[in-house]
Design a protein around this ligand. Structure first.
Ligand code: FMN
Length: 324
């Protein structure tokens, strides 16, 4: 059985973590991943406090396994953070802090509430900053990933971060969707993987069905890194770009950022409507290059078990045979 330090630390069976996607997770998906032996993480940045309390209660009703809550730090306010601490998850996972935010303060309060700190980074300096602030687990996210990403690729970023923050365990994110990716991440010095896009194309994901189909049909070559969705939504992220699938919305606005700023109220409303209606052409479909590795929508538990078993087979059979 494939076990790494992250399994011991988190109390899970497989070194596979669900990315805490604010627009792509739900209690149902979190429960499915945790029940399968991975770590389910709920995006906890955007719900109302009441909804968040109901979500957490629903998770606890359906599983007694560990789970995590994710907070986008640049959008964090005190009541929300205090609410997450009070919920006492196994893990609080953070991402995208402003340079002036007090990471050590966030992490110390998380520890005091009895939770582990997981922090996602897209550069080595951010990783060092998180390590110095007391993170227990660092997620190194490469630009291949879906949603908000930096510009470094996973292949160089993961070993650089692993060396920079050793012995703090590192999870590789961005570009992993199968057992080959998990085995590769372990070879790079990671203790496991964190997946977003693969879990969006699951039965349990609260993602529009037609967006799931877009991921299945994509060959991965049609994703691109842009700022168009953030310009339309009027949101400045600390150093992030967005990886999306190319569609009519993207074609219409690429190179016309000034005009998009002018029309942003209208376009932002269109994006929200497209998401609600599952309109693939006029919405922003946040998804990564692994779309090219995903050819069906399936239950999240099967994804967890298959990735782990496939990586184990590679480590047990294929790689040792290379030395024979
Ligand atoms: C739709 C979507 C929303 C996301 N929202 C968040 C978020 O709120 N917080 C976060 O830490 N990461 C978020 N991410 C990033 C994922 O947690 C993860 O790092 C990324 O998807 C990994 O790359 P992959 O898509 O290749 O698996 C999001 C990703 C997607 C696709």
């Amino acid at each position: 059985m494939l076990r790494t330090r992250i399994c011991e630390l988190l109390g899970i069976e497989h070194p596979i973590v669900l990315g805490g996607m604010s627009t792509g997770t739900s209690p149902r998906l979190v429960v499915a991943v945790s029940e399968a032996g991975g770590l389910g993480v709920l995006g906890a940045t955007r719900q109302s406090p009441d909804q968040l309390a109901r979500d957490i209660e629903e998770i606890r009703r359906q599983t007694d396994r560990p789970f995590g809550l994710n907070l986008l730090l640049f959008l964090a306010d005190e009541p929300r953070f205090a609410g997450l601490l009070a919920a006492r998850p196994r893990v609080l996972s953070f991402a995208w802090a402003w340079p002036e935010q007090d990471l050590a303060g966030f992490f110390a309060r998380t520890h005091a509430a009895g939770a582990l700190v997981m922090h996602m980074v897209s550069t080595v300096p951010e990783a060092t900053r998180a390590a110095e602030a007391g993170a227990d687990i660092i997620v190194a996210q490469g630009t291949e990933g879906g949603g908000h990403v930096g510009l470094m690729g996973t292949l160089p970023l993961v070993p650089m971060v692993a060396s920079a923050v050793a012995p703090i365990p590192v999870l590789a994110a961005g570009g992993v969707a199968d057992g080959r990716g998990l085995a590769a991440a372990l070879a790079l010095g990671a203790e496991g993987v964190l997946l977003g896009t693969r879990f969006l194309a699951t039965v349990e994901a609260p993602f529009p069905e037609r967006y799931k189909q877009a991921i299945v049909e994509s060959d991965g070559h049609d994703s691109l890194v842009t700022e168009l969705p953030d310009i339309a939504n009027g949101q400045v992220w600390p150093g992030a770009y967005v990886r999306v699938l190319r569609n009519r919305f993207i074609e219409q606005w690429l190179g016309r950022e000034g005009e998009l700023r002018r029309q942003r109220a209208t376009v932002s409303a269109q994006l929200r409507q497209a998401f609600q209606e599952g309109d693939r052409e006029h919405g922003a479909i946040l998804a990564g290059q692994t779309a090219g590795l995903i050819d069906r929508v399936e239950p999240a538990g099967e994804v967890v078990r298959r990735i782990s078993a496939e990586a184990e087979r590679i480590l047990r059979e294929r790689l040792p045979a290379l030395l024979a």
